[in-house]
Write a protein that binds this ligand. Structure first.
Ligand SMILES: [Zn+2]
Length: 530
């Protein structure tokens, strides 16, 4: 079985996840599930970045020991991901023992290869990015990615990583492997940045106590980005499980926000080259989610709380909405009216009603048992053939779009099939057939039930809870661990299957109401509004 190792970025623990973080998690989760569905041995890693200056500062503000604070926040963040039904296999916390072991071993290896030296660093530093920002990047003395956040002047003696040595090797690698950085707009940015000249960067801090000590020099801690990037090898056993590391490394995909593509497409591969470790195959920089055109951020007070939406509607409406509405490689908008519309139209009407009316008709006309199709002449029946052929085309479209992280396109293709099945009901008017042609009625209801079995599998990567509820009402197994060519082929549904006698609506209609309760002006560490 082929493996597929994919990761999200690890998030800072000084605030709760917002809907932009949720987009990254949900998109990566959908791809992880799609790969499992189609037969891959998937390892999906995420985690928390706990050694940052912000975490230490926030813990001091709250009067808590830093470790206690990051423990609480890591728990809270994981509970949000559980609410969204994220199926990660591993979770790396950067304060964990095994990650400390990875960092120190890796640091030593890079130092032994002559790529670490001591020097002096000074510059403008954004504590939200945990990164130095060039003078010309600043907007009114503030970080370009954190409007209103003043940068600070930092001056200290540090260890440096010889990034400049990797300028040419990086360019050669990107040229030979254009798929290494996607989408193309990010690749062009990275290539231009490398060509403008790479500077060595500081990989330690002497002003901080919170962090992973530099091996052999406890007066310094390892720079939080150097530490954070290493989570991707910690998670698959770099320091403690050679068999697992050999199995899953190199990563097949790092999914990251577009603002941190540079760390993943320059620093990270250079660090790996220096340590003699294979490079990840692909880095994908996704866009941001805006609300009414503004970037969401805690400081702007317009953050949407994904956990609150999941509490009210379950995980699937938000999962569907974000992946359908936000093209993953570009920026998108979170707008409440569109959420309500997508919920009622796509989920409630197109999908939910198709299931409900099909199950009701099987109960009404065939005593709840899926009838035997009688299709001696199906080849000549255009309606049947176009439905069956479209199921196969949908399988092919999913393969293309999921692998390209074009989740919106994948959903468009799946919903075309949903729409075709709805049209099939109208074309065949089962309520009339019941009086005129029972054999034909049996074929039509079989086709609808089989379409729904397929749709349950098609939608599973994006809306897994709904897929389970569909399969349960259809009384078919949800086969999501490989065997895809058979599972996705038309005709697997056994005639005689006894569906539920009491269909339950998947998505009861919601009325457009105020979205205020899902926006948080600010929120404390326990998730309560303040
Ligand atoms: Zn910043």
């Amino acid at each position: 079985m082929d493996k597929f190792y994919l990761t999200t970025a690890i998030i800072y623990v000084n605030a709760l996840p917002h809907v932009g973080h949720a987009l990254e998690m949900i998109g990566t989760d959908a791809l992880a599930r799609y790969k499992r569905l189609t037969g891959y041995d998937v390892y999906f890693l995420t985690g928390t970045d706990e050694n940052s200056l912000n975490a230490e500062r926030r813990s001091r503000e709250l009067g808590l020991p830093p470790q206690q604070y990051v423990n609480q926040m890591a728990d809270t963040i994981q509970s949000v991901w559980r609410k969204l039904n994220i199926s990660n296999d591993g979770f790396v916390r950067t304060t964990a023992e095994r990650h400390v072991a990875t960092c120190q071993a890796f640091f030593e290896r890079v130092r032994a290869n002559g790529d670490i030296y001591k020097g002096t660093y000074e510059g403008w530093y954004c504590t939200s990015c945990e990164a130095f920002r060039a003078e010309e990047e600043l907007v009114d003395g503030c970080c370009p990615y954190h409007p209103g956040k003043k940068v600070e002047w930092l001056h200290e003696e540090n260890y440096f990583f010889r990034l400049s040595r990797y300028q040419e090797p990086l360019l050669r690698h990107i040229e030979a492997h254009p798929e290494f950085i996607e989408p193309e707009i990010r690749r062009n940015e990275i290539v231009n940045f490398i060509k403008s000249g790479l500077q060595d960067f500081s990989v330690s801090r002497s002003s901080m106590r919170w962090g992973i000590p530099v091996p052999g020099d406890p007066s310094q801690v390892i720079y939080v980005w150097f530490d954070a990037l290493l989570n991707y090898i910690t998670g698959v056993g770099y320091a403690d499980d050679p068999a697992m590391f050999a199995r899953y490394w190199p990563a097949d995909l790092h999914v990251v926000g577009k603002d941190i593509t540079r760390f993943h497409a320059i620093y990270w591969p250079a660090m790996l080259m220096s340590a003699g470790v294979a490079l990840p195959k692909r880095v994908f920089g996704h866009g941001f989610v805006y609300q009414k055109g503004e970037r969401m951020s805690k400081s702007l007070g317009n953050v949407v709380e994904p956990g609150a939406i999941a509490d009210e509607f379950g995980p699937d409406p938000l999962r569907y909405y974000l992946l359908r509405e936000v093209p993953f490689d570009r920026d998108g908008d979170f707008a409440w009216p569109t959420f309500v519309q997508r919920y009622n139209a796509d989920l409630g009407n197109d999908l939910g009603n198709l299931l409900n009316r099909t199950l009701s008709m099987i109960n009404r006309y065939f005593g709840g048992q899926v009838p035997e199709p009688q299709r001696a002449d199906w080849e000549t029946n255009f309606g049947d053939r176009s439905l069956i052929e479209l199921s196969g085309q949908t399988v092919a479209a999913m393969e293309q779009h999921f692998n390209a992280l074009d989740f919106d396109e994948a959903l468009v293709a799946i919903w075309q099939f949903v729409g075709r099945a709805n049209k099939y009901v109208e074309e065949n008017a089962p309520w009339t057939l019941n009086k005129t042609d029972r054999a034909r009625l049996g074929t039509v209801l079989y086709d609808l039930a089989e379409s729904l079995r397929l749709i349950a599998h098609f939608v599973w990567p994006v809306i897994p809870t709904t897929a389970e509820r569909m399969a349960e009402q259809l009384a078919v197994p949800l086969e999501v661990r490989g065997n895809w060519p058979e599972v996705s082929a038309w005709g697997r549904l056994a005639p005689g299957t006894r569906v539920t006698p009491q269909p339950v609506p998947l998505f009861p209609r919601i009325v457009p109401a105020s979205a205020d309760k899902y926006w948080r002006g600010d929120i404390d560490e326990e998730g309560k509004r303040v």
